[in-house]
Design a binder for this molecule. Sequence first.
Ligand code: UT7
Length: 318
Amino acid sequence: MRARISGTGSCIPLHRLDNEAISRMVDTSDAWIRERTGIESRHVICEESTVSMAAEAAERALQNAGMDPEEIDMILVSTISSEVILPCTACEVQRRIGAVNAAGFDINAACAGFLVAYQTAEMYIASGMYRNILVIGSEGLSHLVNWKDRGTCILFGDGAGAAVVTSQSGERLEGACHSDGKKGTALTCRTRYNEDEMPDDRCYMQMDGQAVFRFAVKKVPEVIEEVLEKNHLSKDEIDWFILHQANGRILESVARRLEVGIEKFPMNLQEYGNTSSASVPILLDEMNRKGCLKPGQNIVMAAFGAGLTWGASIIQWQ
Ligand code: UT7
């Protein structure tokens, strides 16, 4: 069996924080942020939560797929930023949307989490165990960001995206994902501190931005080449490259290295910043709702993040 995406949805918090607002908090400027990242604004949660955004994105994806919640067999939520550790976000989404027949669990592979969750769904479908799986990426990163650290607070934003992944007959498309724990210190965030220590900055995200940048521009083109080869597809046969929205310069560098026109790399990081594992499904949903995705088109999804972790998958739009 093969997986296909039969519906998408997303949820963006109402509160928009532009670069001018950030430059009143830390020593930065709109010009620096635009030039070094391409980001103009990000949205942050106020009334919303990681769980509420996940549930809302899921409901929209179900509506888009024309499916009832009872038809869902499994819910997979990728998140690093849920306000609640127990119960897991997937079970809370199940309760909120009434997906009474679904099993569910959360996945933490940082910004690559949606890709890993999608590939997990593909495996359940390929085995014949489940037919309809909701795959969600939801992040409330504004709680993990140190708003005094200009190296990180300019980058991240909140939001959620979801896809209904459904089985259909046909050969499975091969994905790829990798991890390199030896480089894990490049992007860290602690949830607990030693009793003897005072809470400190390590409870917020800490990042060696240049190290992550160098890793992304090398590994993302490599893993894309890897999945193309595995599926016997050439770059020319790919219509869209839907990549993790971390930094416009990373996307430009990946396009250059692959020798593919940048117009095949849609971007929405200008508006939302880096929403970690929500960025790929939010962009997918935007593209879907704008009518940019046509039946039969081949789409590469690729992402990278803390771990370090990276991966790519190919989907054929229906
Ligand atoms: O989802 C995956 C997570 N992370 C990423 O994908 C992040 C990947 N990395 C990046 O996007 C970039 O490395 C950043 C946007 C984080 C930083 O951009 P950069 O071009 O690598 O800047 P840099 O760290 O090399 O700093 C260049 C200069 C430094 O000043 P000096 O030493 O040249 O005087 C920094 O102190 O820019 C300074 N700087 C800033 N200036 C104004 C660093 N951050 C800022 C800032 N505003 N926000």
